[in-house]
Design a protein around this ligand. Sequence first.
Ligand code: C2E
Ligand code: CA
Ligand code: CA
Length: 864
Amino acid sequence: MKAGSQCLWQWALRSATILLMGSALFDMSAYAQQRLVRVGIFENAPELHMDNGQPSGILGELLSAVANTEKWTLTPVACEWRDCLEALQEGRIDLMPDVPHSVDRSDLYDFHKVPSLHSWSQMYQHPDERITSVLDLQGKRIVSLAGSVQADYIASLAGSFGIRAQLIGVSDLQEGFAMVADNRADAAVANYYYGELHAAKRGLVATPLMFQPTQLFYATKKGRNIDLLDAIDRNLTEWQGDSESVYFRILQRWGQATPAASVPSSFWWVISSLGLLLVMALGLAALFKAQVNRQTRHLKASETRLNTILDSVDAHIYIKDRQLKYRYGNHQLCEFFGLHAPDLIDRRDDEFLSGTSLSQVRQNDLRVINNGERVALEEQVAKPGGQGVDTFFSIKIPLRDSRGKVEALCGISTNITDHKVTQAAAHRLAYYDPLTELPNRRLLLERMGHALEAVRCGAGIGAVLFVDLDNFKRINDARGHVLGDAVLCGVAQRLKDMVRGVDTVARIGGDEFVILLDHFGRTQEESARIAMTIAESVRAALEQPLIIDGQPYFSGGSIGVTLLRPDGKSTHDVLREADTAMYRAKESGRNRVAFYETSMQTEIEERLALEHDLSLAIGTEQLGMYAQPQYDRNGDIAGAELLIRWEHPTRGSISPSRFIPIAEETGVILRIGDWTLQQACSTLLRLEQAGQHYPLSINVSPRQFRQPDFVSRVREIVLESGAPVHRLIFEVTEGILIEDLQGAIDRMAELSDIGIRFSIDDFGTGYSNLTYLKRLPLYELKIDKSFIHDAPGDPDNTAIVKLILAMAKQLSLRVVAEGVETQAQADFLSALECDAMQGYLFARPIPIARWLDSSHTEPLAKTP
Ligand code: C2E
Ligand code: CA
Ligand code: CA
C-alpha cells in the first residue's frame, strides 16, 4: 500500500511539471478579434446558471472572463441539459459549458484540452455521524438524487462490500440536505461544488467518501468553432498557473478555497483522488488487517492441523486433476511411491505404476473424471519396486467447479491387504477341511443349494455321490493317525482327479466324502446313467491301492448315488438320500455302488452291464449278421437288408432295438458300423460268386454317419474288400439331416460318386419336411412299418402310404415297404405299384451263412 501511494505522488508531480512547461509556450497577446458566441446555459448552480439573462456560476463567469479577453460578444441561450447538447449539435448554439468529457461525446463534440473544472461526488453527513469509510455505511440512511448516477454508484459500492445501507431517493438535493440536518437521514450524496456551497449552511460535514471524479469542459459542435476552444485553452493555461488570476478569484467567490499558487489544478485533483483512495484504502486496510492477520493465523493453524490429520490417517489421500496429475497427496501416498511430498505434484500414476495396476487405477479414475461417478471399489496395485501386490479399498469422488463441471477427483485408498489375508484365512477355516483342503459340509451344502436352484431354473440335472471308505477305520486303528491322514489326503486327491472343475469334492466327516456333480444330464434316465458310470469309475479308482511310504494300502469305498432334480427337495434331503443309498451299498457287501431309487437302480445296472458286455462282444461270435430279403411285385428277390443280432452268453438273444441305442451313446456303434460294412462287402462278393446280382442294404447310424472320417473309412473298407460297391445301399434316417443338411448332402454326394446308393429308412416318422428330398442324392424310400401295419384298414395310414408312393413316383425314387405281414397289405401295396416289399409275410431275417447257401436266395414260389 505504501509503495503504491508513493508511485502516485511521483506521477502527480511529473504531470504538474509537464503542464507548467506547456503553458509557457503560448503567447496570448497575438489573438484579439470581435466574435459573436451563442452559449447554452442550463441550471447547475453553483457551476453554471443564468442570472438576470447573463451566464453565472463558476463556469458562466469564467466564460465571461474569457469573452472579455477575447473580445467576444456572448449571447446566452437558456436550455435544459439535454436541449443544450442538442442545440449544440444542430448548430443553434456555438458553445456549451459544464460538459464532462467522455469517449462517446468526443464523437459528436470537440473539447478544449485544459479542464475548466474538476468535479466529483462526495458524501456529507450529519455532524453526529462518524462515517470515515464505506464500511461505516452499514445500516445508514443515505439520501441522493433519485435516478442519478450517484444513487446507482452508492448502491453498487455498498453491495460490493456486502454492506446493507438504506438508500433514499429525493428529487431535490436541497430537500436531501434538509433531511440529513433534521436527522431524517444520516448522510447525503452531492456534487462537490453543490456540497461545498450548501453543506456548511445546513451544518453538514463532508465525509472522506469521494467518488466519480469528472473533468468539466466547454464543448463545441464537432469541427466547428475550434477557435473558441483554442482561446479557452490559452486563457485557462495562463490563469490556472497564477493563483491571483481571475480563475481563482471566481472559484473563491463561489466558495472554493484557493490552492497553493504554484500548484496547478490537476495536482490538487490528483490529491483529492488520492485522498479518496487513501481514506478508503486505509479504512479498509485497518479494518481488514486485523481480520486478515487473525484469519491467516487461523488458516495456518488449520492447515497444519489438517495436514497433521491427513498425514496420520492410515490411508492414501490424494487429489488428481482432469489430466490425472497429482495436485495433492498425503504422507502415506508419497511414502508408498518413495517420494517427498513436493515431488508428487504434477506427476501421474504412469510414473509409478504399470500393467494391470495402472490400467485398473486409470479406468476407475476416468469413471470419476469423465462420468462424474462416485466409485467405491477394490484396486490391486503392484508395489513400486516389485515387492508384491497390495489390495486397496478406494473411494473416489468428483470435485466440481462452480458450474458443476468435474475438475478433479479426490480419493482415499485404504490398504486392505492384511485384512484380505485374514479374511481368506477365516474363510478357509469356515468352509474348508484343514487336512485335505477340500470343501467342508458347510460349503458343500451351500453349493448344493445353488445347484438345486439352477436345476429348478432349467439347468440340467445333477447328482450327488456319497463315498464312504470301507477299510479306513481298520487302517487308522492299526497304523496310527498320521498314516490315516495320509490315506485321507490320497483319497481326496484321487477323487479330485476324477471330476470336472465345476464339480465339488467335499469331506464331510472322518472318512466320508461327497461328490457334487453339477448339472450334466437332460433327462433323469440319462443323468442317472452318467452318475452311475462316474460312481462306478470312482469305486474302481478307490479299489486301486494307495502307495504311502512305499507301502500299498487298500481303502476301497461304498458309494451311494442320488439325483439333484427339480422336485422341491432340500439340500439335506438330497444328502440323506445319498447317505441311505451308500448304506445299502455297504449292506450289500461293500465296495459297491447303489442308486437311491431301487427301480431305477435295476434299469441302470442292467444298462451298465449291457454297455460293458457289448464292448466285449464286438469281434466275437456273439454278434452275428442276419439278412432279410426284399421282393419285387413279380415275387423276385430285389435285394436284402442286413440286420445285426446279439447272442448274449447268459441273457440270450438281445434285440438291436435294445443295444443299438446303447452302442450309439457309448460310441461302440463305430466299431459295429465297420464290422457291418465288412459283413456286407463279403456277402456281396459271395452273392456275386453265386451269380446273384441284387443289392444289399445296411443300416448306418447317425453317429457313424457324422464322423468326420466316415467317407474315407467307408471308401477304405469297400475298396479293400473288392466288393461291387454299386450294389451297396446305405439306409439312413431323417435324423441325420436335421443338424447339418448341407454337410449330409455333401457326404452323400461323395459316396454316391463311388457308387453307393442311399435310402431313407423309417420314412414318414421323422423330419417330415419333404423339401429336402429333392436336394439329396437319393435312391429309395423305405416306408416305415408303422404305416404298413395299419394299412389298408386305417384310412389315415392308407392315405399316407398312397401319398408317399405318389410323391416318390414324382421324384423317381424307388419305394420299399417294410414290415409287410399280411397278404392284404401286400395286395394293397402291389395295387399301388410299390417297388419292393420286406416283411415276415415273405421271410424273417435269417443268419447270413444260412441265407447264402439256402434256397432263400431263390425267387419266391408264391407271387404276392
Ligand atoms: P430297421 O432298420 O427299421 O429294421 C427293420 C426292422 O424290422 C428289423 O428289426 C426287422 O427284423 C424288423 N422286421 C422285418 N420284417 C418285419 C415284419 O414283418 N414285422 C415286424 N414287426 N418287424 C419286421 P431288428 O432286426 O430288430 O432291428 C431293429 C433296428 O435295429 C433296425 O430297424 C435298425 O434300426 C437297427 N439295426 C439292425 N441292424 C443294424 C445294424 O447292423 N446297424 C445299425 N446301425 N442298426 C441296425
Ligand atoms: Ca433298416
Ligand atoms: Ca425301418
